[in-house]
Write a protein that binds this ligand. Sequence first.
Ligand code: 6PG
Length: 242
Amino acid sequence: MNKKNIEIVADSGKLAGRAAEKFIEIANQAIERQGAFTIALSGGSTPKKLYELLASQEFSEQIDWAHVHLFFGDERNVPPDSDESNFKMANNAMFSRLNKLPETNIHRVMGEESAADAANDYEQKLKDFFHNELPRFDLILLGMGPDGHTASLFPDSPALEENVRWFVENWVEKFSAYRLTLTFPVINNASNVMFLVAGNDKTFVLNEVLHGADNKYPSQKVNPLKGELLWLIDQSAAGEKG
Ligand code: 6PG
């Protein structure tokens, strides 16, 4: 794993604030440099506060949303109105509150399709957008589960070894369900990858991932060779007394 950039903040609220600052910094640099900012959003619960903050007046006015293209790092194999849907969470927390974000800039995974169709459709969307070049996202947001998974790359799941396809359906035994996820070739080609990790249920695995033996957990395979990797963690996940 390349040099680890680790920032520890007091709590999940401060985590959202720091992540929003980094988001805006990276976005404006990308828009300045190339006229667009491409990001793959993470799901779950941790990023919700970040998305709400980005949609607030204080932060939303700092970005020209017309140049922002929002993708998903992973999605559940469910319809967009399901409470399980990462799109639904991001839409409620952010998209629906941004009146200057064109609908066409939101690139949703069609989770309502069969897992294979949803994955193939999304990979085609990526190919169309990135002109058949391996996507190099300006920013990929990632979370980490207590089992060390990231995106929907779970321990012992087939997608961990996928090094050709960009976006796949991934069978997750413990859920007896498919998840839909970016693969490591895309994640590790990003200009910036930012993990957001909060909560004391992550303390043990985070310590293992950051300081333990390599290659035990999927999150340890995140290693953007031509990009920056930032771990934004709160004190409880870091095992520090708050
Ligand atoms: C998902 C996420 C997943 C998430 C981790 C952490 O679809 O659930 O993309 O990888 O980031 O499971 O989830 P929490 O933020 O809810 O702890």
